[in-house]
Design a protein around this ligand. Sequence first.
Ligand SMILES: [Ca+2]
Ligand SMILES: [Ca+2]
Ligand SMILES: [Ca+2]
Ligand SMILES: [Ca+2]
Length: 442
Amino acid sequence: MKNTIIFFLQCFFIAVFHINEKAYVYAEMDPTKVGSVGLKDAAMLTVGDYDNDGEADLLISSFTGNPFASGSVHIIRNVSLLSPDQFQPELLADKLTWPNEIKVVPPELEKYFGSGIFIPDGFLVSGKTTGAIRFLGSNWDSNAKVVTITEEKKDYFYHRIHFKDMNNDGAPDIITSRATKPAIGDGEGEFLWLENPNVGPIKSDSSNTPWVEHILMSDETHEDKSNKLSPDIFTDVADFDGDGIDEIVAANFFNEKVEMLFAPSYGEDLQDVLPIDTSIGPVFDAKIVDVNGDGKKDILVTNHVNDPSTSGIYVYEFICEADGQNSRKAQCYKRHDLYTGFVVKQKGIGQAAPGEAILVYPQGDEQERASILVSGDGAQKVFLLVPTSSEESSWDYTLKEVDDYQATVGSCVSLTHDTKASGASGFICANYNKGKVEFYQY
Ligand SMILES: [Ca+2]
Ligand SMILES: [Ca+2]
Ligand SMILES: [Ca+2]
Ligand SMILES: [Ca+2]
């Protein structure tokens, strides 16, 4: 009898322990700020191993609308959630136009590019409109300046790049989009790839640049906005439908579409495009990720509007059989509105919300159901969308406010398994107007 009671007691405690474990994940996950670093105009963040020493570094893009001030890139080497107040950002590159999302060359691609970072540059702000893709080698002489990969195209600016071998010569090329916004009239996009000359690492004397560019799509040739389909700001590249061929998802800001682009042969023209949503206004970001953890990739989207009725976080779930053809059918993408209702607090023309959204795993375990970390941008807050259930079929989320900057929020990045901070996980966000980089731990 005594043994039976102990057995039931053990079962009871095991059950309670498991319930508590789940409750912790979905209800009590409140990240706390563990410190901050001052850096003027800190705007966009990237985590990667810049100097190839096996330790993650934080790359910080800074820009300003001040026509007399330039943009810059700083680094915090060996970034950690432990004692972030003590970090001193180190200047890597200055005299830039408007540096956007930095891409760190992964170690396996070093022989094609060299180790270092690509910097997509420029923005629609007056005086900053002519951008470029630039590169800085991490093992170059410390006096070396960034090298420009693209040929100049006046009034066009760049935000993000992807690596993909487009001509099958073994050397990864660069896929990117660029945009232009005249003072009067609609903005337009252009989608292109830059051909890696395949002659080894990029040289600091610019002797193997610029790279030949190949235009895949351009809005310049279309009068009617509904016919404008070119990606303009952010895209993502991955095999979305599992047929072994990469798709491209585009968040079209100016022509206001979420769309899929199919390019099985990567010819010069890319006409195989499927708009999957034209109803959410200017689109900010789109990422190919498994949001609900069922092993199938979804499309995670944010828009960028000053209208709480649509300002939100959206997921497009692929609900058809992945046969390589169904991904060309709009009815195979089921939209889930995870949250709408962001209110723009930032004063000024063109302010909007939200910004970027990323999947995060508060327990540092990608097997858990992901939460979604949202940069509010003009909503001035950092948010966490927390799933109310671990069930794959559930798309219900609770919105939590992590922090209120009372100023524009830049981008956020996830930092997991931080060995210097006892394996803790957390994230880092740019507090743009206040000139700070803020560190949080779960
Ligand atoms: Ca490093
Ligand atoms: Ca190539
Ligand atoms: Ca595919
Ligand atoms: Ca999924």
